[in-house]
Design a protein around this ligand. Sequence first.
Ligand code: URA
Length: 185
Amino acid sequence: MTEDPALAALASEIRACVKCPLHSTRKNTVPGDGALGSVMVIGEGPGRNEDEQGLPFVGAAGHNLEVLLSEAGLSRGSVFITNAVKCRPPENRRPTRGELDACHPFLRRQIEAVAPRVIVLLGDTALKEFFPESTLGRAHGTSVRRGDLLFFPTYHPASVIYNPSLKEVVRDDFRKLGELVRALA
Ligand code: URA
C-alpha cells in the first residue's frame, strides 16, 4: 500500500466516499498505488479483480500493462497506477460523466501528491478527462505539455485484447514513452 502520508490520507477519504452511485455496488475502493515522482498511469476504472482486491490493474489488462511498461523500460513498481474513477462501474460499463466529475478532484489531488514528470493516459476515458476535444487516433504516442505536466496518451491495454491489430501500435507508443522518460532523467 501507499506509504506517502498525503496519498494515504487521500486513500482513506476515497474509502469513505459516497459522492456517486458507484459506492453502493463496490466491494472495495481502488485508490491507486505505486512510486512517487516519476510516471503516473491513469486508466478508466476498476474491473472485477480490482474491485475484489482493492488494487489497480491486477487482471488481464494489468498483465498487458506490465508487459507494455517493460517495453518502455519501466517496471510496475517504478510508476504510480490509478484510474479516472476509484470504484468499479457495474458490468464494467464506462463511467458516466457524473461519476467521472465526482471522482476528478481525487485524481487532481493524487497528481499533486505524486508529482509525476509524465502522466500516461490509457484509453479514451482517461484522455477525455484532460483533453475533452481530443481523440486517441490523433493524440496517441505523442506527449503534450500543459503547465508543469507532460501528458502521454495511448490506447488502453484492454483494447489490445479486443483489437489485436492495435498491439504493435501500442507497443510502439510505449517504446516512445520509454524514450521520453529517459530523456527527462
Ligand atoms: N482497466 C482499468 O482501466 N483499470 C483497471 O484498474 C483495470 C482495468
